[in-house]
Design a protein around this ligand. Structure first.
Ligand code: ATP
Length: 306
């Protein structure tokens, strides 16, 4: 274990190059104990590759990673006992029941009281109603939950989850969110997840790293994200053509539908209102429109037209 305050995950210059693509390019990041860190990226951004390197499943081309105080090297998973992960498509023995799958996994993990851990996780993940069903009969969402149960069965200090809410219905998504935030807040579990859903990761209240084409473009805390989103002032009048002209005469740059992106308009909407009133085209409506999270994300990854 690292000293007090040492990051649980520390990555420097991490790079993975395949023949024709750089899947992860010079990524550096650190995750503190008890923090939730979400790697956010579109398909192919490099999330899974980065996670696989952290877990020692593949070797980096360059750079290094330390996890729970130990340097990760491919094939040698020193942090394995204290880490839970979900990184492949969820897999289970199809002919075994949910409970049997978990028992098998608990024994593989060499847990002292496997039965106790199994019952505990079945209850925590609300799996009781289908715990006696064979895995092959499960819906995608419940299979995903079984995979999460495996990741959590030994109460790990660090959880690494690749797209953990894939396949879950909205209620399942909320449940997993509650579970992850509870683990971080109450048990001090460190959580690294990957996702392509910005609105979802913003709700985790952790740190967000935006990965695009293998590069870490930006890092935000969930609340600082707001400050980076564009705001516009939407104006409505009974004579938009006149209002357009008046606002242009006053140095604003109204877009179509009288959408003002000028900082001055966003900060001082009352000034816009006064100008319009004095010009005889009073606003019938004035409101601040905030860029939605998905638009922000696509803008900063430069994929507006993707
Ligand atoms: P997704 O959500 O679609 O899984 P991702 O963000 O997890 O996306 P990766 O799976 O890490 O992205 O892939 C990043 C890039 O590396 C992609 O262009 C992918 O095609 C490429 N890549 C991944 N694994 C390999 C491999 N074994 N050989 C060659 N290219 C690979």
């Amino acid at each position: 274990m690292g000293g007090a305050g040492a990051p649980v995950i520390e990555v420097a210059g991490l790079t993975k190059r395949y023949t024709d693509v750089v899947a992860v390019h010079d990524v550096g990041l650190s995750v503190q104990a008890g923090q939730i860190y979400a790697l956010l990226g579109l398909n192919g951004a490099g999330k899974t590759t980065l996670i696989r390197m952290l877990l020692g499943m593949i070797a980096p081309t360059a750079g290094s990673a330390r996890v729970l105080g130990a340097t990760v090297s491919a094939g040698q998973r020193s942090a394995w006992a204290r880490t839970g992960y979900l990184v492949e498509a969820p897999a289970a023995y199809p002919e075994l029941t949910v409970r049997e799958n978990l028992h098998l996994y608990a024994r593989l993990r060499r847990l002292k009281h496997p039965g106790r851990h199994v019952e505990d996780i079945i209850e925590r993940l609300a799996m009781t109603s289908y715990s006696a069903r064979r895995a092959r009969t499960l819906s995608m969402g419940n299979l995903q939950r079984l995979a999460l149960a495996k990741a959590l069965i030994h109460s790990p200090d660090l959880l690494i989850l690749d797209e953990p809410v894939n396949g879950l219905d909205p209620a399942g998504v909320v449940e997993i969110r509650t579970l992850l935030t509870g683990l971080a807040c109450e048990h001090g579990t460190t959580v690294l997840i990957s996702s392509h859903l910005l609105a979802e990761v913003a709700r985790l209240n952790g740190r967000i790293g935006i990965l695009h084409q293998g590069r870490l473009l930006a890092e935000h805390d969930a609340d600082s994200l707001d400050a980076h989103r564009r705001r516009h002032l939407k104006v409505s009048t009974r004579d938009d053509a006149t209002a357009q002209r008046v606002l242009r005469d006053h140095g604003y740059h109204p877009g179509p539908d009288l959408l003002l992106i000028d900082e001055g308009a966003v900060v001082r909407p009352e000034k816009v209102a006064t100008i319009l009133v004095e010009a005889g085209v009073p606003p019938t409506e004035l409101h601040l429109v905030e860029e939605d999270l998905e638009t922000y994300f696509l803008r900063i990854v430069g994929a507006d037209h993707a």
